[in-house]
Design a binder for this molecule. Structure first.
Ligand SMILES: [Zn+2]
Length: 69
């Protein structure tokens, strides 16, 4: 093992990282997305899917009018 060139794994990772949404190069600020937009879209998709899960009612967070005996 001859570690002659210690390269920062973080920088390399960010450089090689690609947006999980559109594939564009990501930025450290919006990892793992290329922009806040992609992050927002992905997050929205997650929330939507979570609420679309059949047979699994959403947890009563606010309980506005979803009261069941
Ligand atoms: Zn993107």
């Amino acid at each position: 093992m001859t570690g002659e060139t210690p390269k920062p794994p973080d920088a390399v990772r960010i450089s090689a990282a690609k947006c999980v949404r559109c594939g564009a190069p990501v930025t450290p600020r919006t990892r793992p997305f290329c922009s806040q937009r992609c992050a927002d879209i992905d997050l929205a998709g997650w929330l939507t899917e979570r609420y679309r899960v059949p047979g699994d009612e959403a947890p009563a967070e606010d309980g506005e009018d979803g009261e069941k005996p």
